[in-house]
Write a protein that binds this ligand. Sequence first.
Ligand SMILES: *[C@@H]1O[C@H](CO)[C@@H](O)[C@H](O)[C@H]1NC(C)=O
Ligand SMILES: *[C@@H]1O[C@H](CO)[C@@H](O)[C@H](O)[C@H]1NC(C)=O
Ligand SMILES: *[C@@H]1O[C@H](CO)[C@@H](O)[C@H](O)[C@H]1NC(C)=O
Ligand SMILES: *[C@@H]1O[C@H](CO)[C@@H](O)[C@H](O)[C@H]1NC(C)=O
Length: 207
Amino acid sequence: MSMKLFASLSLALWLLVATPTLSQSNNRYVMDTHGDPLESDEEYFIRPAITDNGGRFTLINRNQSCPLHVGLENTDLPQGYPVRFTPFAREEDDDEVRVDRDLKVEFVEVSSTCVQSTAWKLGENDTSIGRRVIVTGLDDGTHSAGNYFRIEETQNASIYNIRWCPTEVCPTCRFICGTGGIVRENGTILFALDGSALPVVFQKKDD
Ligand SMILES: *[C@@H]1O[C@H](CO)[C@@H](O)[C@H](O)[C@H]1NC(C)=O
Ligand SMILES: *[C@@H]1O[C@H](CO)[C@@H](O)[C@H](O)[C@H]1NC(C)=O
Ligand SMILES: *[C@@H]1O[C@H](CO)[C@@H](O)[C@H](O)[C@H]1NC(C)=O
Ligand SMILES: *[C@@H]1O[C@H](CO)[C@@H](O)[C@H](O)[C@H]1NC(C)=O
């Protein structure tokens, strides 16, 4: 038997043995629109899984002031900013992004006049819409919990919800958790918690 064949047989065996552990809860990978696992060193566009809910995720200049809000493009045109995911806890040499685990979400390749970080952050309960908006900036609180989101599976493969519930960051905290959805305001689309959940997909930037 050639060395090459032996190596690929070993790999196939290893995959057979290793794969079942990945299907355990909390260890499943988040998949992109091609069915490949999301990786922390790649960039992805986030967009709604169903039409008529807006285009790609982007930064919204709400009311001409900083910080910028997280929202969606009003059009299906290829606009918006890609994001990068940084897991809160990760093993060495492990680049894959997993479901139901705390992670930072950060817009990349952004040019904006606001000096804040482009990391997603839980904003305040907005009095005009009665929902907690998502803004950008660094949470300088004790745990930075406001900067950690998670990706939840839906009943459909490769379609997810985005949730704020950073229990890995602070297991003893009692959060009022919430799942992200959209709010329309004066022709813009904001991303906010506490309404109906928006199913999303992740599209690798270089596709
Ligand atoms: C928008 O800005 C105006 C003027 O600065 C202010 O009065 C108003 O409350 C702001 N609206 C929101 C929703 O922030
Ligand atoms: C949205 O429009 C309404 C009415 O024109 C205005 O009162 C309100 O301040 C606007 N809100 C923002 C955030 O621009
Ligand atoms: C946000 O405020 C609304 C009232 O404007 C309230 O009904 C809701 O419970 C608040 N949400 C949270 C998470 O505190
Ligand atoms: C998910 O699948 C169900 C049926 O299994 C379907 O009715 C629903 O529209 C799907 N949702 C999305 C966002 O594709």
